[in-house]
Design a protein. Structure first.
Length: 94
């Protein structure tokens, strides 16, 4: 995967997570009091992590070609973990 393909793929994932956060927020509004509080807490954590991921993507975009592959590999592992967290939250609250 070349640089532009990797950046495009990561941006798509970031956008997907944004849409998933919106869906989780809507779900929180319709949940019972206890579930709402728990889901809102999970959403707040995911928002923070997504914001951090967006910052990492910006740093990756600005990186030199020499640093890009190393940075991308590390970032992809972190993004995989974040994706797993999204899956876990969605599964827990479905």
């Amino acid at each position: 995967m070349n640089r532009e393909q990797a950046l495009t793929t990561m941006k798509r994932r970031l956008d997907q997570w944004g849409a998933e956060l919106e869906a989780l927020e809507a779900k929180a509004e319709s949940a019972g009091a206890e579930g709402r509080a728990e889901l809102k807490s999970a959403v707040a954590t995911l928002k923070k992590q997504r914001t951090q991921a967006a910052g990492e993507l910006d740093r990756l975009r600005a990186s030199t070609d020499e640093a890009f592959d190393d940075m991308r590999q590390g970032l992809e592992k972190a993004w995989d973990r974040l994706g797993d967290t999204f899956k876990d939250v969605k599964k827990r609250f479905n």
